[in-house]
Ligand binder design. Structure first.
Ligand code: ATP
Length: 296
């Protein structure tokens, strides 16, 4: 039985995220916590029932703050655990995809970030998107091209940029439009798209801007429809991570809403914040305003 104590910080650490060794950084956490006279615990994710275990830790220790050392998937596991009684969460980016930290301009150097959050960062409320059951998104989910690349990459034993590019090229060469029926806040749309994005934020973890006017704290989300795919548009999309004026707006339609029903003609791979949820032909996103507190 775990002894009960007042906890300043719980650190949830994904030992495999980003394929990065975190031993050195974990030692830093320990020494910084000791130096600042803060009471802390470490939870190392296992990849099995982490959400339930984190919830047990949180309910038992009631930490004042939670630090997440991992990528988007780990961040999402933690925010889901505390969504009903939000505890401030500090993202320390350590994944292969760090979408929400890129979105929020969070310091990418872990040691600098650790110093920042110990000193105190501003705490702000952010929305979640709920898809029914226990499926939530803090950042960006999609069906179509990107989800297929994420799914193929997940199944591959090799990691890294080369593997990612291999799957990107293979999915790209087989690309096909699909039909979508959307009912967004009562308004109907019927479109043919290459990709449908449900975005709480503006940018993918690569920095690519898909939703220029999105804000993760405005009580709304955006459905971004990619209707054309040209080489020119793809180059612009890539360049949008360097300069926002390059967003290929001519191939995008953006629908802002609080709730939507999305019907697809065939089942398609659906990815949420970088994790594949499965193949679906019906998606029902709803905004949950101010469900998460993040330390900036
Ligand atoms: N100890 C572990 N061993 C294997 N997998 C784990 C472990 N802990 C967590 N995971 C898995 O890590 C994934 C979340 O990783 P996260 O998104 O935080 O980092 P990432 O580097 O961006 O991950 P990836 O790119 O591999 O999805 C989840 O699928 C989770 O099940």
């Amino acid at each position: 039985m775990l002894e009960k104590e007042k906890l300043d910080w719980l650190f949830v650490i994904n030992p495999v995220s980003g394929a990065l060794d975190k031993t050195f950084f974990i030692d830093k956490i320990k020494s910084k916590m000791k130096g600042a006279n803060l009471n802390y615990r470490l939870y190392f994710t296992t990849g099995h029932s982490d959400e339930e275990s984190i919830k047990l830790f949180v309910d038992h220790f009631k930490p004042e703050k939670i630090g997440v050392v991992g990528g988007d998937g780990t961040v999402l596991d933690v925010v889901k655990c505390v969504k009903d009684d939000p505890i401030p969460v500090a993202i320390i980016p350590f994944g292969s995809a760090n979408g929400m930290s890129v979105e929020l301009d969070i310091e990418q150097n872990p040691e600098v970030r650790l110093n920042e959050i110990i000193r105190d960062g501003e705490v702000k409320d952010f929305d979640l998107i709920w898809f029914g059951d226990n499926i939530y998104s803090l950042h960006i989910s999609d069906v179509g091209l990107n989800a297929e690349v994420v799914s193929a990459y997940d199944k591959d034993e090799d990691r890294g940029m080369r593997t990612y590019l291999k799957h990107l090229i293979s999915v790209w060469s087989a690309k096909k439009q699909f039909e979508v029926e959307i009912l967004a806040d009562g308004k109907k749309y019927h479109r043919e798209v290459f990709m449908l994005v449900i975005a709480n934020s503006r940018k993918y973890g690569t920095g690519m801007l898909i939703n220029p006017n999105g804000r993760p704290d405005d009580g709304k989300f955006e459905i971004c429809l990619v209707k054309e795919l040209s080489i020119d548009g793809m180059i612009k999309a890539g360049l949008s991570s360097i300069n926002e004026r390059f967003v290929p707006l001519e191939s995008l339609e953006i629908i802002q809403c609080k709730e939507a029903e999305i019907n697809l003609t065939d089942k398609k791979v659906f990815q949420v914040d970088g994790e594949v949820v499965g193949k679906l032909d019906y998606i029902n996103p709803k905004i949950v305003p101010s469900a998460v507190k993040l330390i900036l």
